[in-house]
Design a protein around this ligand. Structure first.
Ligand code: NAD
Length: 630
């Protein structure tokens, strides 16, 4: 090793060629055997999996992901305090082991060819999935066991592949799954699995939720969920007893809340509660069980928070008797079912390869599309999840900054600018619509969690903190802009209260926050939202008026604000609104209509008027820099 290399390593900065713990995101070649299928499905199957299993057979049991610290030789208690206590917050910090304390002193080297399944490849990989018509569920497949095959079609119908060549029946069976936590995400996940033919047992601490699911009724509001639950009756049941759900199934998904704490981290207390119940059930359960944590958590939560509880409660070892994955979802409320069935990619953090393979196989038989699968260590997957959301918040904020600048330029147009930015392949066009501040149950808190993580790890959190601060200022700016337009004692209608269309969630939603600011400032406010009125009523009660429809909301108001891009507002007819009413369109949905009608009472946010005032201000930047802003 060169002296420079040694120095770099001492500072934790190994040269790239020697680092194998980075997510080696690449797409390996086609799955073995693809394109050369044997007419006999059984033989074809053997060809695909023979080599891999023969190599892995001996190593598989008990092997953890190569990118994770080892338990070997160190009792898990060495690395934490009271098992299961939440990791985050000041108390939780003390439980976090010294960084890399139990990692091997030498950086792991790439395997020599032939030594392991991945040959010369790093462990963190993106696997390209076989096309949907080749989806196979391989269950209990081991080196000496005949694979049991099931093919699913796009609608989940199960088709028996018939008897094998040697007269042995190929058993058709999907693994059964349990879902612990039947809330906004969990109820949809359970319904999707059941709809695709899985036997599903849901579990929730809420007796009301359990009752609803058992009646085939949705416990949460989500498009498509009622129909799916109705279709799935007979394959989906619910219980309050998580242990019963575990006993009855092969794999358990944990989808319980992970609320933010005061410092911005996520509490895993609900996860720990669920893990206790699951662990106790595993104690006397025969056979291998896979536990998948789906809730959003911070790095370390799965390995140092959940796994020890499962091991302690079950008296068994992770990687031997049961497997663990961290596999969060990237879904948006209002389209949870569509997003779950058609993920852009699947993120699988795996305790060991066996866990990851099991989960990949489960996903293969539930997804409608053919996403890439990113398999990696638990900690990398945990970081990936919050990084994705935090990155998106940065893009949204960037576009909002461009919108704010556009408004100050004569003829400025955020759509023109971001449209052009989107042509640059380094940037792309998604989430680049300058409009309102981001909100909802995930973006704001995930971004703050990344900042929290950075602070805890002694790193600079300023990037995530700046995004958060800018987002808050975007909400303030909108309120100030609207208040400027409201005359003394005037009235405002706010259209769109949820954080996005087709959702009733108002958490951190720009429309809802605007209403609150306007009420605090003394304005008379009327609101409308297709789905979120009840949620707002619960918070703001009689301090505002609730319109029965869009026309009712708009009538006789001094200012109308469109705060979310619901299609109900795209159809608003500007001609029917009196000129005395100012329409503030944060999403510029009516801009073409306004331009065609030359409506003077229309303000599209992110658009700078082509007027003398703005032109003078801009010119002043060059002729009179000091006076330009006055
Ligand atoms: N909702 C989203 O848009 C979204 C998106 C991505 C990720 N997530 C993550 O998914 C997780 C769940 O979110 P959600 O929105 O579905 O939460 P939710 O509050 O809607 O639902 C959670 C459910 O878990 C139940 N529960 C709590 N403790 C339990 C226990 N010990 N055993 C069984 N059930 C229990 C609750 O009764 C509730 O029904 C969170 O970590 C969240 O960050 C949510």
């Amino acid at each position: 090793m060169s002296p420079v290399h040694r120095l770099w390593r001492a500072r934790g900065r190994e040269p790239r060629r020697d680092r194998d713990d980075r997510a080696g995101v690449h797409r390996p070649g086609p799955v073995r055997g693809l394109g050369r299928r044997h007419p006999d499905p059984e033989l074809d199957l053997r060809r695909r999996h023979r080599g891999r299993d023969a190599r892995r057979g001996r190593e598989r049991r008990g092997r953890r992901h190569a990118d994770q610290p080892r338990h070997d030789g160190a009792h898990t208690g060495h690395r934490r305090g009271a098992r299961g206590a939440p990791l985050h917050g000041q108390a939780g910090r003390d439980q976090v082991p010294a960084r890399h304390a139990d990692r091997p002193a030498e950086p792991r080297r790439r395997q020599q060819a032939g030594q392991g399944p991945a040959g010369l490849e790093p462990q963190d990989e993106v696997h390209r999935r076989p096309p949907p018509d080749d989806r196979l569920v391989l269950r209990d497949q081991g080196p000496r066991r005949r694979a049991r095959i099931l093919r699913t079609d796009a609608h989940g119908a199960r088709r028996d592949q018939g008897a094998g060549r040697h007269g042995q029946a190929l058993v058709t069976a999907l693994p059964s799954v349990s879902v612990v936590g039947l809330g906004k995400l969990g109820a949809c996940i359970a319904a999707c699995f059941a709809d695709k033919g899985f036997e599903v047992v849901g579990s929730d601490v809420s007796s009301h939720t359990v009752e609803l699911v058992n009646q085939g009724r949705p416990p949460v509001t989500e498009p498509g969920l009622p129909e799916m639950l109705a279709r799935s009756r007979g394959r989906l049941r619910a219980t309050q007893d998580a242990g019963e759900a575990v006993h009855a199934t092969d794999a358990t998904f944990i989808v319980v809340p992970t609320p933010s704490n005061d410092e911005g981290g996520f509490s895993i207390s609900y996860v720990i509660d669920a893990a206790r119940s699951i662990g106790r059930a595993l104690r006397d359960k025969k056979g291998y069980h896979l536990v998948v944590l789906t809730s959003t958590v911070l790095p370390g939560s799965t390995e140092y928070g959940m796994v020890p509880v499962l091991e302690q409660e079950s008296g068994k070892r992770c990687g031997e008797d049961f497997g663990v994955c961290y596999s969060p979802e990237f879904i948006a409320l209002g389209q949870v079912i569509r997003d779950f069935l058609n993920p852009e990619f699947l993120l699988i953090g795996e305790f060991d390869a066996r866990s990851g393979e099991k989960l990949s196989a489960i996903y293969k038989s539930v997804c409608d599309n053919d996403p890439s699968v990113a398999r990696m260590s638990l900690v990398n997957a945990e970081l990936t999840k919050i990084s994705v959301n935090a990155y998106v918040t940065m893009r949204i904020s960037f576009a909002n900054m461009v919108a704010a600048l556009s408004e100050q330029l004569p003829g400025g147009d955020v759509d023109t600018v971001t449209g052009a930015l989107g042509f640059d392949t380094r940037i792309g066009s998604r989430y680049l619509k300058g409009a309102v501040a981001y909100g909802g149950p995930c973006f704001p808190r995930d971004n703050q969690a990344l900042a929290y993580l950075a602070r805890q790890l002694g790193q600079k959190a300023s990037l995530a903190e700046a995004v958060h601060a800018f987002n808050e200022s975007t909400n303030q700016r909108l309120a100030e802009r609207v208040l400027e337009l409201v005359p003394e004692g005037g009235s405002v209608a706010v259209l769109g209260l949820s954080y996005k269309p087709d959702s009733n969630v108002i958490e951190e939603a720009a429309g809802f926050l605007l209403v609150r600011s306007l009420v605090e400032a003394g304005a008379r406010v009327t609101v409308h939202d297709p789905m979120a009125m009840d949620a707002v009523r619960q918070v703001l009660g009689d301090s505002i008026a609730y319109a029965s429809g869009v026309a009712d909301a708009v009538q006789g108001k001094d200012v109308v604000v469109i705060a979310n891009p619901d299609r109900a507002y795209a159809g608003l007819d500007l001609a029917s609104i009196p000129r005395s009413t100012v329409v503030v369109d944060a999403w510029r949905m009516l801009r073409k209509q306004a331009a065609a009608a030359a409506a003077p009472n229309y303000i599209g946010l992110g658009l700078g008027e082509d007027n003398q005032r703005l032109a003078r201000a801009l010119a002043g930047m060059w002729t009179d820099p000091a006076g330009a802003r006055s």
